[in-house]
Write a protein that binds this ligand. Structure first.
Ligand SMILES: [Zn+2]
Length: 186
């Protein structure tokens, strides 16, 4: 199996501090049974902002992927969400749209639910947020994390650069590689 191969480094504008010192390195990785991935990783030397993206290198056409989550066994489906994709879970009232500082990530559906829960906790610290609404949404998300609430996850990517990976062998190999890539990050 191949290793992620660095293909170049460039300097970009940092969305956090506006300097031109965000240094991004791109890697190509041919993931077995998944396809060619473009991994990007960067850090701003002025403010420390970190950037990362992951996308299918051979995407192209706009794409809409729907995953039905029926129970706990579906929560470890891997999701590659590129920085250009919108992610929605309509039954849970969740929509993540790409902004100027949007990043790409790879994680399991459970991982996405846990991130959403973290964001919810931050929102709920704001005293203007309704207590009842917070409690209701938290309960729904926690049910979903336990696999007790079926829902649909929708990924809309205008670049076709996102992907859902269900196959166990592909998932394990991808995890291994991504840990290796993570270790090389600045
Ligand atoms: Zn910066």
């Amino acid at each position: 199996m191949g290793e992620p191969r660095p293909i170049g480094t460039l300097k970009a504008r940092c969305p956090a501090c506006g300097s031109g010192e965000l240094e991004i390195t791109d890697y190509l990785y041919d993931a077995p049974l998944v396809g060619l991935l473009l991994l990007s990783s960067g850090k701003c030397s002025v403010c420390g902002y970190k950037y990362s993206d992951i996308r299918m290198a051979e995407g192209g056409e706009p794409e809409r992927v729907e995953v039905r989550v029926e129970g706990a066994e579906d929560l470890d489906i891997l999701v590659i969400k590129s920085s250009t994709a919108t992610l929605e879970m309509p039954e849970l009232g969740v929509k993540i749209t790409p902004g100027p500082a949007s990043q790409g990530f790879i994680t399991t559906i459970e991982g996405i639910l846990r991130r959403v829960l973290e964001v919810l906790e931050v929102l709920c610290e704001d005293p203007s947020t309704s207590r009842e609404e917070c409690a209701r949404r938290r309960e729904e998300l926690e049910k979903a994390v336990r696999g007790e609430k079926p829902f649909t996850l929708v990924i809309v990517d205008p670049d076709g650069a996102s992907k859902v990976v269900r196959d166990r062998e592909s998932k394990e190999k991808l995890y291994e590689t991504l840990r290796a890539v993570e270790a090389t990050r600045p």
